[in-house]
Design a protein around this ligand. Structure first.
Ligand SMILES: Cc1cc2nc3c(=O)[nH]c(=O)nc-3n(C[C@H](O)[C@H](O)[C@H](O)COP(=O)(O)O)c2cc1C
Ligand code: SF4
Ligand code: SF4
Length: 274
């Protein structure tokens, strides 16, 4: 493929509890200034119905794909995802993590985008509030993050222009961090559930918001526990606090997260790769 001057920026995201969406929207806000003349588009892939079709992107498109980091990997539900199809488009994986680390998630997402046909020309890791422990990454992404996003997009546009002017695809190459065997995917032994039926008003919000579509809309039980991502969308969606992890798993998560929080008090800096 001969690189061309792109005209559109698409920010695609998967965001069960909203942190990745906040990063995506900050990227779009930064792009309004950093990329004048680009048409900007937002695509939410969080719910099963959002992922049922295939979206195609031509050679004038740059596609940023932002996903949360779970246990140092990208969400297992997106393994082998073929809902994005590049026909000459440039791809940029964006890992969003809760101030611990993104580990293998960025290179894993980069490999997925390559399999979907994108020419992966850059990558980035940004921080959002940790969905398991809200004090970790609290207030992120913030204005300083958005300023860095703007600089990243300007530098990306320069790289794309240089490659298009030279007609040289090799100039788009990028090395994403990490090598060797990847961390294993995390296992959720017990999904969140209604802990006490008298607290459940049967509003259905948890079933509507589950990105895996595994909550029965009639009785609100989890139908396929092995498919649970542990994303907490159902817990966040519940207006009554009726849904959560049962004991002793809940205490186990809290103890582990307290250790992780204590070891990661320093706010992490976004990282970009070009
Ligand atoms: C099950 C689970 C595992 C997570 N693993 C990590 C991790 O390995 N490193 C990290 O820094 N944050 C981790 N996080 C935090 C999320 O990456 C972060 O909160 C992200 O913003 C969540 O995205 P969302 O708000 O769009 O759902 C994890 C969160 C969950 C729920
Ligand atoms: S059941 Fe599992 S996958 Fe579905 S919203 Fe709850 S935590 Fe996420
Ligand atoms: S969101 Fe909460 S109150 Fe509503 S159906 Fe689910 S568990 Fe019940």
């Amino acid at each position: 493929m001969t690189p061309v001057h792109p005209k559109a920026l698409h920010v695609v995201y998967f965001s069960p509890t909203g942190g990745t969406r906040r990063v995506a929207r900050r990227l779009l806000a930064a792009a309004r200034t950093a990329l004048p003349g680009f048409a900007l588009f937002e695509h939410d892939l969080t719910l099963p119905e959002d992922r049922s079709g295939v979206q195609r992107f031509g050679p004038d498109a740059v596609v940023l794909f932002a996903v949360p980091v779970y246990f140092g990997r990208m969400p297992a539900i997106l393994r082998g995802f073929r809902g994005l199809a590049a026909e000459g488009a440039v791809g940029v994986p964006v890992a969003v993590y809760g101030n611990r680390h993104y580990d293998d998630a960025l290179r894993e997402l980069g490999a997925l985008m390559t399999e979907e046909g994108f020419t992966v020309a850059a990558g980035a890791a940004f921080i959002a509030r940790h969905s398991q422990w809200p004090s970790l990454g609290a207030g992120r992404p913030d204005d300083a993050d958005e300023a860095l996003m703007g600089k990243f997009l300007v530098d990306l546009a320069k790289k794309l222009k240089a490659a298009a002017d030279a007609g040289d695809e090799a100039m788009l190459a990028v090395k994403l961090p990490g090598e060797g065997e990847m961390h294993p995917y995390g296992v959720i032994p017990t999904p969140p559930r209604v802990l006490d039926p008298k607290d459940c008003c049967r509003c259905g919000s948890c079933a509507e918001k589950c990105p895996a579509g595994i909550i029965d809309p009639m009785d609100f039980t989890v139908t396929e526990p092995e498919e649970c991502l542990g994303c907490r969308a159902c817990i966040t969606a519940c207006p009554n606090g009726a849904r959560n992890y049962p004991e002793p798993f809940a205490s186990g998560i809290a103890a582990r997260m307290a250790q992780i929080a204590a070891a990661n008090t320093e706010p992490k800096k976004p990282e970009v790769f070009l």
